[in-house]
Design a protein around this ligand. Structure first.
Ligand code: HEM
Length: 434
């Protein structure tokens, strides 16, 4: 038998790239599925019930948490893990041919997050399934961290030092691990010691949410902005030491929240937020023209709007700490951060970056990109204002606006999904490897 001729190096690297794209695509599709159904549909349903009953406590805590977990971890977490794997330096060189560890992370993560949602919603066998889901999630994040450290260590040897944007991403990954560890701890406490339902108790949950949001997606979003926006928006060079200072201050704010010092925490977090905006100079006038080829020309404006939401969210956080019993102010601040900041960032950045990452010729539609951003931002503005007015009982008419805001946001989410699915189906730039 004659041996098969060795594959030329180019064919091998194309095949590896295609394996990696398949993995990234699986994380993205999983994230989008979590965003649309367990995340947004359940959030919209909850808001309709709240608006109908004129009471924020008319929906069970377990259902609210099911929605929040699906959005933060099912959607944002899956996107970050997928893009994280794709971007690990040298993965293409150090990883085994099939990227088996990437697929294992995907399987652990997806089953953990899905199990958590089902457990919160149906409460079936929750004393077993809640801790199990938390352990699966933690294992996934730890395996991802081990792989990232391997890849980044090789890169560090070559480059010698870690850039501030990379420090933010590493810091966010540590925040991710911390969040998932606390999640495991509380799930075991509820299941075996103290709980009568899978819902985290309100006091614990409000601190857990500060950890979940401010320690994980927020620093990663800062890192992403510091890495890419000087290039895409033509910003002036970032102030590197101020970036690190903002991160340290933000971490102190989170620790203060965990210590139950909510007023101090909110002020420190606001300070960190102001410093990062100054450091990355996103609200200053750009020094070069923005690179908007392939995306809607509103891209730079929406990136700045995201940071305006970010500052608004941090300021509302202080107001919520002044009135700690108000559900509306805290909820409004949280959605200014999650929908206004995180969702706007993802809806603006994904169309800019993903077609290239996925090896596609172009974004499916620039116009759909604009509609998704407009609808979610108008929905978010209506939501944040009407939630405060309605939940605080300042005026009755605001209850009517809540379902309108949810419908606008839901439509924006559906439009974004159509645009992403259309992009996934676009022609690839590389011919499939034989
Ligand atoms: C897109 C439309 C959305 C709707 C209609 C919606 C609706 C809701 C509702 C009704 C609540 C209950 C508390 C409150 O009234 O404030 C809630 C809580 C929450 N939402 Fe959303 N949401 C949406 C998007 C998002 C997104 C994109 C994220 C994260 C990326 C998110 C994360 C959360 C979190 C973390 C909570 C707190 C859950 C808890 O109590 O543990 N939401 N949302």
């Amino acid at each position: 038998m004659t041996p098969e001729p060795a594959k030329p190096a180019v064919a091998i690297s194309i095949a590896r790239e295609q394996q990696l794209i398949k993995l990234l695509m699986s994380f993205l599709v999983t994230g989008i599925l979590f965003m649309v159904f367990p995340g947004t549909f359940l959030g919209v349903w909850n808001l309709f019930v709240i608006s109908d009953a004129h009471s924020a406590s008319s929906v069970s805590a377990a259902w609210m948490q099911a929605h929040g977990h699906a959005q933060l971890f099912g959607w944002i977490g899956s996107f970050i893990l997928g893009i994280g794997f794709y971007s690990i330096p040298n993965l293409r060189r150090v990883s085994a041919w099939s990227f088996w560890d990437g697929w294992l992370v995907w399987a652990l993560w997806t089953s953990g997050v899905a199990l958590r949602w089902l457990t919160n919603v149906y409460q079936w066998q929750w004393t077993t399934l809640l801790p199990l889901s938390a352990v699966l999630e933690l294992l996934a994040v730890m395996l991802f961290l081990v792989r990232s450290i391997q890849g980044h260590r090789m890169q560090g040897k070559i480059k010698g030092s870690v850039e501030p944007w990379a420090a933010l991403v590493i810091g966010g990954t540590i925040g991710f691990i911390a969040t998932m560890s606390v999640n495991v701890y509380e799930s075991f406490v509820l299941a075996f010691l103290a709980g009568d339902s899978p819902a985290f108790p309100a006091d614990f949950n409000s601190r857990f949410l500060i950890l979940s949001v401010w320690s994980f997606p927020v620093p990663i979003a800062w890192g992403f902005t510091a890495r890419w926006m000087p290039v895409f928006l033509g910003l002036r060079p970032s102030k590197k030491s101020l970036i690190l200072l903002a991160f340290v201050i933000n971490s102190i704010g989170i620790i203060a929240a965990l210590a139950n010092l909510l007023m101090a925490s909110s002020l420190i977090i606001l300070l960190g937020a102001i410093l990062i905006v100054i450091a990355i100079r996103i609200l200053e006038q750009a020094e070069k023209p923005a690179k908007i080829q392939g995306v809607h020309r509103s891209f730079p404006a929406f990136m700045r709007i995201a940071y305006a939401w970010f500052l608004i969210a941090a300021a509302i956080g202080v107001w919520a700490a002044i009135e700690p019993d108000s559900l509306g102010i805290g909820g409004a601040g949280r959605h200014a951060l999650t929908v206004g900041y995180l969702m706007t960032m993802v809806f603006a950045v994904a169309p800019r970056m993903l077609p290239g990452f996925l090896g596609k010729k172009k974004l499916f539609s620039e116009r759909l990109m604009l509609f998704a951003l407009l609808l979610t931002n108008i929905g978010c503005a209506v939501r944040v204002t009407s939630e405060i007015i309605a939940y605080q009982h300042y005026a009755e008419w605001a209850w009517v606006l809540l379902p309108i805001s949810a419908t606008l946001e839901l439509t924006g989410v559906v439009v974004f999904t159509i645009n992403m699915v259309g992009t996934f189906l676009e022609k690839p730039m590389l011919a499939p490897a034989k």
